[in-house]
Design a protein around this ligand. Structure first.
Ligand code: UDP
Length: 245
């Protein structure tokens, strides 16, 4: 198993994209029934004041370093962290391998119609892929048993869940046992990007580690959330001094 790096109380796995993909494939082969999380700076910040989220992350089978902030924090704390493993990219890598491995995938979350558009896109990008069901992410608590039944009936090997952080992590944890899906991953805005509802940062911005800035610009409603980043940097500095004492 990869080494866990403690970033503000959240254990993040130090591994490459290739290793992450291999690990998830192994969980699917073993039909493990596990959760995989993709931790960016904003999620780690939230976990510092949301104990439920922190516990879910620390009990997850794998927590990949999503975003430049997480990789920076690991390096700043003196650990090896080979590269960023973005949730969107991890999902694409898994889908790319899915036809050959006959993996069944379920898309749960995002606004009505979006998961279906993402499904159509996946079928175009990855011929032969089996997206065995979709369900939008806007529901009432009383709808949950029906959603669980729908997912169970579809018998997916992989459940991609896009309800936003921390709703997706909490929902997956709540129903983990009941669902019995080999691997479930919270994938945030992945279906929005696949459906073309939202754009991903241009490649040069991703390379310049500016994806967070692009997101803030594209969704002004989220601009306030950008403040999480300087706060994260500040907290990681403080965390380092504390642990060096
Ligand atoms: N979403 C959803 N149900 C909700 C809230 C959000 O399905 O109750 C979806 C939303 O439509 C979007 C995705 O969750 O497709 C991720 O939202 P956001 O970009 O806010 O997530 P984050 O960046 O926090 O992961």
């Amino acid at each position: 198993m990869p080494k866990k790096i403690n970033i503000l109380g959240v254990g993040v796995d130090s591994l490459t994209m290739q290793e992450a993909v291999q690990q998830v494939e192994k969980f699917m082969d073993e039909r493990a029934g596990v959760l995989v999380a993709t931790a960016n700076a904003e999620m780690i910040m939230r976990a510092t004041h949301d104990a439920e989220l922190r516990d879910i992350l620390n009990e997850a089978a794998l927590v990949v370093p999503d975003g430049a902030g997480t990789v920076w924090a690991a390096h700043h704390l003196g650990h090896r962290m080979p590269e960023r493993v973005a949730g969107y990219d991890l999902a694409q890598q898994l889908m790319r391998r899915a036809p050959e491995k006959h993996r069944r995938i379920f898309f749960f979350g995002s606004a009505p119609g979006v998961a279906d558009k993402a499904k159509a896109k996946a079928e175009k990008l990855y011929p032969g892929i089996e997206i065995v069901g979709t369900r939008n992410g806007y529901f009432k608590v009383e709808d949950e048993p029906e959603i669980v039944a729908q997912i169970k009936a579809a018998q997916p090997d992989l459940l991609l869940c896009a309800l936003g952080v921390p709703k997706q992590e909490k929902w997956l944890r709540k129903y983990q046992q009941e669902l019995g899906v080999p691997v479930s991953i919270g994938v945030g805005g992945t279906f929005d990007v696949m459906a073309g509802v939202m754009k991903r940062a241009p490649h040069w911005m991703q390379k310049a580690k500016l994806e967070w800035l692009f997101r803030g610009m594209m969704q002004p409603k989220r601009a306030g959330r950008l403040m999480a980043l300087p706060r994260f940097v500040f907290k990681v500095h403080a965390f380092k001094s504390e642990h060096n004492r």
